[in-house]
Design a protein around this ligand. Structure first.
Ligand SMILES: [Zn+2]
Length: 297
């Protein structure tokens, strides 16, 4: 099984309650930045959103499970990683980093922070965001309460339960003979192209979503959708589900406002691609390898 960035580590056990707090890893956020101890910024990155990365970074490890005291806006117990407790906490947006530590965006810490810690940081970011945005009942407006045994906030007045949300999104890499279809959204870093992607709508299967997204974004019909793999994506709470598909018919017509440009690319002449942090890059790399391999046999 392919283990992508942000996929839960195999030795992580999610829990909501800690029987006996002791030394643990701390995932502390200020907005979407996480608190780390880190070395000087020097490593280059293949992510156009990230200029330079630290030589090393590690999470704060604390014996005192109340070390942030009153300054934390919220604290959640996440579970155990290889027997070590993991805690998530949020500080106010203007909180200064403690001496020797700094605030960094998660993307900057990819492959700098330990992979397992990086994955749990993605989970923690989503849970902190969910906790922050579900303090009140969406039906009656009463303050909600955490459940003792499950990751859910419950309304004491009307009993509505609010579980952490995950929004499924499909990604499609469309092939036509030895070419692949890559497109640019106006929000992408300059020069970067990627596979097509979009959120699943209520009432839609993944296959229907794929066909609709490809038709809407570039005006093509596809067939032979083949599942590739999936990746939890914490910006803010997606599950990306990637497919390889075959072009069936149609000419490229980029959707106004959504797709700035879309083209068929030869696999040996590809434009700038997304960072290896993302499933998009893994999907493109796998298909390119398959198409080049087919040429050599
Ligand atoms: Zn309610």
């Amino acid at each position: 099984m392919m283990q992508l960035p942000f996929s839960s580590p195999l030795d992580f056990e999610a829990r909501v309650h800690c029987e006996s707090p002791s030394e643990g890893h701390w995932f502390v956020f200020r907005g979407d930045q996480v608190l780390v101890e880190m070395g000087p910024l020097e490593r280059p990155s293949d992510d156009p959103r990230v200029r330079a990365r630290p030589a090393w970074a590690r999470l704060p490890s604390q014996k005192n499970h109340n070390w942030l005291g009153e300054s934390a806006t919220r604290t959640l117990y996440l579970g155990c990683l290889g027997g070590t407790h993991c805690w998530a906490a949020e500080l106010p947006r203007d909180a200064a980093a403690p001496a020797g530590m700094s605030w960094e965006g998660l993307r900057t810490l990819f492959s700098v922070l330990d992979d397992a810690h990086f994955a749990i940081a993605g989970r923690a970011l989503q849970l902190i965001d969910w906790d922050r945005t579900h303090q009140f009942c969406g039906r009656c407006g009463a303050p909600t309460e955490p459940h003792a045994a499950e990751r859910v906030r419950v309304c004491p007045a009307c009993k509505l339960s609010a579980y952490p949300r995950v929004a499924p999104a499909v990604m499609a890499l469309v092939k036509r003979e030895k070419q692949i279809l890559l497109a640019r959204s106006p929000h992408f870093p300059q020069g970067m192209y990627s596979a097509l992607a979009g959120f699943v709508e209520p009432g839609e299967s993944l296959e229907q979503c794929l066909a609709r997204e490809v038709a809407e974004e570039v005006g093509l019909r596809i067939g032979n959708a083949r599942y590739f793999t999936s990746q939890p994506w914490p910006f803010p709470h997606s599950l990306m589900i990637a497919f390889v598909c075959e072009w069936a018919s149609g000419e490229i017509k980029p959707q106004d406002g959504e797709i700035e440009e879309a083209n068929w690319f030869e696999v040996l002449q590809l434009p700038k691609l997304p960072s290896k942090i993302s499933i998009a890059r893994r999907l493109i790399d796998a298909v390119v390898k398959e198409l080049i391999g087919r040429d050599q046999t």
